[in-house]
Design a protein around this ligand. Structure first.
Ligand SMILES: [Zn+2]
Length: 147
């Protein structure tokens, strides 16, 4: 098993458990969101982020695409987030707090080599995920807060 560089109170086991919990929580969030329980989904996101903060583990990049970093709402396309493409960038607008998140869209997605977990916080690259691309414009009927 690979060890991350930092030594401290937390053990490898704790980190592993934290990751497992986060996995579970995001799986639950996805399920509840699909089942029409956005409040529960949001709650799971909050819990997952809290675990990540407590154990100092990063949420995986694919998870970071699933919620708003500002208000922790779980993003459901057309309901809690709107995705647009503008000049080679994907712009996701949180429909809860209005925060925009722009990610560059690259032509090629496949990237040779393993992802390098660099601890620098500067230019963090984000990968375009073609699976979340919705070509058609979803116009949700005007609903305020989801029920
Ligand atoms: Zn938000």
């Amino acid at each position: 098993m690979k060890r991350t560089g930092r030594r401290g109170r937390r053990t490898g086991t704790m980190v592993r458990i934290a990751h497992e919990r986060i996995d579970d929580l995001f799986a639950l969030a996805a399920r509840e969101a699909a089942a029409g329980n956005p409040d529960l989904a949001n709650r799971y996101v909050v819990l997952a982020r809290r675990i990540g903060a407590r154990y100092n583990v990063r949420l995986r990049p694919e998870y970071r695409e699933l919620y708003c970093r500002e208000c922790s709402i779980y993003w459901t396309e057309g309901r809690t987030v709107r995705t647009r493409f503008r000049s080679g960038r994907r712009v996701r607008t949180c429909l809860q707090c209005g925060r925009e998140r722009r990610t560059p869209v690259r032509g090629r997605v496949s990237r040779p080599g393993p992802p390098d977990p660099r601890p620098v916080g500067g230019a963090r690259r984000e990968e375009a995920n073609p699976l979340t691309v919705e070509p058609e414009e979803t116009e949700p009927e005007t609903e305020g807060e989801g029920e």
